[in-house]
Each structure stands twice: as structure tokens, then as C-alpha cells.
Design a protein. Structure first.
Length: 116
């Protein structure tokens, strides 16, 4: 669930969305909700932003980025989005790949926390 926050900074009205932070306990998996069209459009289709259901914790981000490090496209996490440097028409194919890496990341994080 996202909440709209509106704030006046000087003479400018600034709005953004606040997303819940996800932790592994109680989380079955980090789901991708779809493409963030607004953020993707700002970069003329060169960068595609996949919106996550929440903001992953730093450990999750570290494991995820390690898993996708050697892929053909540059992939990283920015806040509540996974960003991929690619042509947008490949988004459907990449969505399946990224979701599988999200699932794998969550499993690795759960396993590492159980071993502590």
C-alpha cells in the first residue's frame, strides 16, 4: 500500500509516494507490481523501472544486486524500484527473469537469517 504525501517546500508543491519498508520476517517474497511508466518515460525508454511492493532492506538489495551482477543488462535497486538499463520492449521478458531473482534473493536472505 502506498500513501500520497504532499508538502510545500518554499513556493513549490512537492508530492511523492511513501512505500512501506519490507523486512524478511513474515514476507513470503518481494513481488514486482509492474513497470513504473512515469519514471521509465523520463529516460526515453533507455531505463525501465519495475515497481516493487515495498522498499527492500539493505541486505535484500545487496543479495539481489550480487545475483544480477553478471547479466547482459545493468540492473540495480533504487528505493521501491528495480532499474534495468534496456530497451523497454523487452520488459515482459525481463519481468519474469527479475521476479525469479527476487524470489531467489528472498530465499537466500531467509536462509542466511535462519543460520545466524
Amino acid at each position: 500500500m502506498k500513501h500520497l504525501l504532499i508538502m510545500v517546500v518554499g513556493f513549490f508543491l512537492v508530492e511523492w509516494y511513501s512505500y512501506p519498508s519490507c523486512s524478511v520476517s513474515g514476507m513470503t517474497c518481494m513481488k514486482i507490481l509492474g513497470v513504473d511508466e512515469y519514471r521509465s518515460r523520463r529516460f526515453n525508454g533507455v531505463l525501465t523501472y519495475f515497481e516493487l511492493e515495498g522498499v527492500p532492506n539493505p541486505e535484500w538489495v545487496q543479495i539481489f544486486e550480487r545475483l544480477v551482477h553478471n547479466t547482459a543488462n545493468k540492473i540495480w535497486v533504487e528505493g521501491y524500484c528495480i532499474v534495468i538499463d534496456m530497451i523497454k520492449n523487452d520488459a515482459a521478458q525481463q519481468l519474469e527473469f527479475l521476479q525469479s531473482k527476487c524470489d531467489e534473493t528472498t530465499e537466500k536472505l531467509k536462509h542466511s537469517q535462519n543460520c545466524l
